[in-house]
Each structure stands twice: as structure tokens, then as C-alpha cells.
Design a protein around this ligand. Structure first.
Ligand code: FAD
Ligand code: DHB
Length: 393
């Protein structure tokens, strides 16, 4: 069996795994990435679009922000649609900060290119990744590629393998606590090459359900509608999607979309999830492997970035001084931020979606949105959370 050694094995080449590898590389810490899928498959997944300033700062620090600064779109406000009206939350005016619209696919591409340019390799299509002895001081990770079993000895394992990965699943249930909420709906998303008829994102609470008007560039829109949890993509022709989207976002804005052909269409379930702690011996969880937020608050990718930022700092301290102090604090430091993002994403989800059969919740939603539109303090609170809380240290 081929054997190698590295300092950190990173499981998963999503944004968390790729960024951690890049941050470690800049500190001279060796890492190997193991990814179950092919690079093309990873690049084909259309997900996040909104980056907090803190995320942009970390990408800059990792030497990855050149294209982001050229092509990313700075947004100084977002809009809330309600009862046929649109209300603007002026993010910059309220917080001094803005957000950047730049697709997760583009970040992933930038990260993959930086890794290739540095001559650092990632193992794609690594099957049966299995963790061994992560509770002791000499963990090992085995995987299969092309029918051959490989083994890597390492100091640490970083579980960046998303919600359905192997790392969190390797932790016995009596060693952790999990918190979870499933929502009775999903998001049906469409990507289409048509100039966005809106300048800023619109999060709409309509009587027909939630809709989000977003974008990727001056020539590409990304749109979502709330759908039933068991809904199938095949049931949604482009024409049906645009008709429903228009009903929710409002006429007078969406007419140019009616004939736009989708280039991607997918359904994502909505869930809140947190595992505590995030460290188990020599195994550290980061990103969606450790927590899921419903996408309404645009926090998932941003949290993945803050987790791996803290993890790289902790590993740097370990390798510089052989001190585990920062590694010991990793969970607590991340979880403080994670729970705040969980709260905000849950709040946004509750205020903007239709929850079937709950009349009281509906009246509360009306009242909460009216309050938001009347109160500068409520707007400032929403804006502060949307643009993102600062990354400490
Ligand atoms: P992933 O991106 O899930 O990467 C994990 C990787 O691990 C994958 O490549 C997977 O193939 C690999 N893997 C899994 N199992 C194994 C295994 N056994 N062995 C090896 N590899 C494995 N976030 C925001 O911040 N802003 C937004 O605007 C936003 N919008 C979103 C919209 C939608 C519709 C969705 C679905 C999500 C959105 N998010 C948003 C969330 C964001 O996309 C995720 O939080 C982000 O992808 C998390 O990155 P990650 O690297 O932790 O996990
Ligand atoms: C996008 C996704 C989100 O979840 C969100 O809150 C805002 C924008 C997007 O894909 O563009």
C-alpha cells in the first residue's frame, strides 16, 4: 500500500478545504486535500453569491482577491419586498460596510488555480476516505484511488467535507451534541444569462411564498423561489419558474426574464444544524461539516471562511511554538460566531417564508416586517448581521 506523510490532511475540496490549504501553504505548513468528487463536478455546483467584508479580507490575505476585486460587485444595500412594495435597507449608511456579490464557483476556481500554480496537489475522486487514530497523536487517513488503497500519516485532520461528509460521521455520538431544525420547504434556484433587471438583491415575502432576486454579473441572474420540500426540478419548466417568480417579486421588473433559458436549475433543502464541539482529539471540523444555516441570511460560505481562518491561525501557533492553546480554543472561538449566524439566518428565514397552516406566525411576520420598516434600530440590527460581524483577532 502506498504510504505518504504530511502535516495536515484536509478532507473536502469545497471552499473551506481549498482555502484552508491555501492559508496553510502561505505559512509553510504542508497539507494534502482529499476530495471525493472530480474537480469539474465541484466547479459545477452553483451555490453562494454574497461575501461579507471579513471574507473578502481573508481572501485578500490569502493572495486570492485580484479577480474578485476586478469582477465582484459591491452592494451597499438590499431590498425587502412585502405587500407589493420594496423597502431598501441601506447597509453602508447603517454600518459603514457593504457586501460583495461574487459566486462561490468563482472563488473555488481562484482557489484551485492558486493551488495548481503553487505546485500543490489535491487528490480528486478519492473514494472510501477513512479516518484512523484521530484521538491519538498519530492519525492516519486511508483512501482508494483507481482501485489502489493509499495511506497518509499526519499530525491533524481537517474535516472540511460538508454536511454529508465522513469526518463528522466518524465521531461517536456520545462525544458530541447536535442541534437541528428542518424547515418544511426548500429553495428552487435558477441561473440564467440575462441582464439583471434589479440593481440590488431583493428578498421578497409574498403571499405565494418567498422569492430572492440575485445576480452573478451584469449579464447573469440568480433567482430562487420557496418550494415544497418534496418538489422535483423536472416539474419546473423555465416558463413555469419565471411565471411563479414574477408573481412573487412583482410585475414591472421581471418581464424581460420570461424567455430566459436556465443554465442551471436545482433544489436545496433548508436546515439549521450545529455540532458541538468542533475539535475531537486531532480532528477539527470546519464549514458545512460542522454547521448548516438556511441560505436566507447568506452566511454559510462566510462561516466556512471564518472557521478555516481561525483553524489556520491555531495550527500556525502550534507549529511555531508547539503550543496547543489556540487549538484548544478553536471550538469556542468558532461557535460564538456560528450561533450568531444561526440566529440571524433563522430570523431571516422565519420572517420571509410562508409556513403552512400557522396563522399566528403569519401575523407575527407581518408585525415584524412592519416594525423593521418603521424602526431605524431594527434596520441597523439587520444590516449589522447581514454585512457580518467582525472576525476577532
Ligand atoms: P462544501 O462546499 O459542501 O464542500 C465539501 C466538499 O467535501 C465537497 O466538495 C464534497 O464533495 C466533499 N466531500 C464530501 N464527503 C466527502 C468524503 N467522504 N471524502 C472526500 N470528500 C468529501 N453561503 C453564503 O455565505 N452566502 C450565500 O449567498 C449562500 N447562498 C447559498 C445558496 C444555496 C442555494 C446553497 C445550497 C448554499 C448557499 N450558501 C451560501 C452556503 C454555502 O454554499 C456553503 O455553506 C458552502 O459551500 C460551505 O463550504 P464547505 O467547503 O464547508 O462545504
Ligand atoms: C444568493 C444566495 C443566498 O442564499 C442569498 O442569501 C443571497 C444571494 C445567491 O446565490 O446569489
Amino acid at each position: 500500500m502506498p504510504r505518504t506523510r504530511t502535516q495536515v490532511v484536509i478532507v473536502g475540496a469545497g471552499p473551506a478545504g481549498l482555502l484552508l490549504a491555501q492559508l496553510l501553504l502561505r505559512e509553510g505548513i504542508d497539507a494534502i486535500i482529499l476530495e471525493r468528487r472530480s474537480a469539474d463536478y465541484v466547479l459545477g455546483r452553483i451555490r453562494a453569491g454574497v461575501l461579507e467584508q471579513g471574507t473578502v479580507d481573508v481572501l485578500e490575505q490569502a493572495g486570492l482577491a485580484a479577480r474578485l476585486h476586478r469582477e465582484g460587485l459591491i452592494h451597499e444595500g438590499v431590498e425587502i419586498g412585502f405587500r407589493g412594495q420594496r423597502f431598501r435597507i441601506p447597509l453602508r449608511q447603517l454600518t459603514g460596510k457593504s457586501v460583495t456579490v461574487y459566486g462561490q464557483t468563482e472563488i473555488t476556481r481562484d482557489l484551485m488555480e492558486a493551488r495548481a500554480a503553487a505546485g500543490a496537489s489535491s487528490v480528486y475522486e478519492a473514494k472510501d476516505v477513512t479516518l484512523h487514530d484521530w484521538e491519538g497523536s498519530a492519525p492516519r487517513v486511508t483512501y482508494r484511488q483507481g482501485g489502489v488503497l493509499h495511506e497518509i500519516e499526519c499530525d491533524f485532520v481537517a474535516g472540511c467535507d460538508g454536511y454529508h461528509g465522513v469526518c463528522r460521521a466518524s465521531v461517536p455520538t456520545d462525544r458530541c451534541r447536535t442541534y437541528e431544525r428542518e424547515y418544511p420547504f426548500g429553495w428552487l434556484g435558477v441561473l440564467a444569462d440575462v441582464p439583471p433587471p434589479w440593481n440590488e438583491l431583493i428578498y421578497a415575502n409574498s403571499e405565494h411564498g418567498f422569492a430572492l432576486a440575485s445576480l452573478r454579473s451584469p449579464t447573469r441572474v440568480r433567482c430562487y423561489i420557496q418550494c415544497d420540500v418534496g418538489e422535483r426540478v423536472e416539474n419546473w419548466s423555465d416558463a413555469r419558474f419565471w411565471e411563479e417568480f414574477q408573481r412573487r417579486i412583482g410585475h414591472g421588473l421581471t418581464e424581460t426574464l420570461a424567455s430566459a433559458a436556465s443554465i442551471e436549475k436545482s433544489i436545496a433543502p433548508l436546515r439549521s444544524f450545529v455540532i458541538e464541539p468542533l475539535r475531537f482529539g486531532r480532528l477539527f471540523l470546519a464549514g458545512d461539516a460542522a454547521h448548516i444555516v438556511p441560505p436566507t441570511g447568506a452566511k454559510g460560505l462566510n462561516l466556512a471562511v471564518s472557521d478555516v481562518y481561525y483553524l489556520h491561525q491555531s495550527l500556525r501557533e502550534y507549529y511555531r511554538g508547539r503550543s496547543e492553546r489556540a487549538l484548544d480554543q478553536y471550538s469556542v472561538r468558532c461557535l460564538r460566531r456560528i450561533w450568531k449566524a444561526e440566529r440571524f439566518s433563522w430570523w431571516m428565514t422565519r420572517q420571509l417564508h410562508r409556513f403552512p397552516g400557522d396563522a399566528f406566525a403569519r401575523r407575527m411576520q407581518d408585525t415584524e416586517l412592519e416594525y423593521l420598516f418603521e424602526s431605524r434600530a431594527a434596520q441597523a440590527s439587520m444590516a449589522e448581521n447581514y454585512v457580518g460581524l467582525p472576525l476577532d483577532g
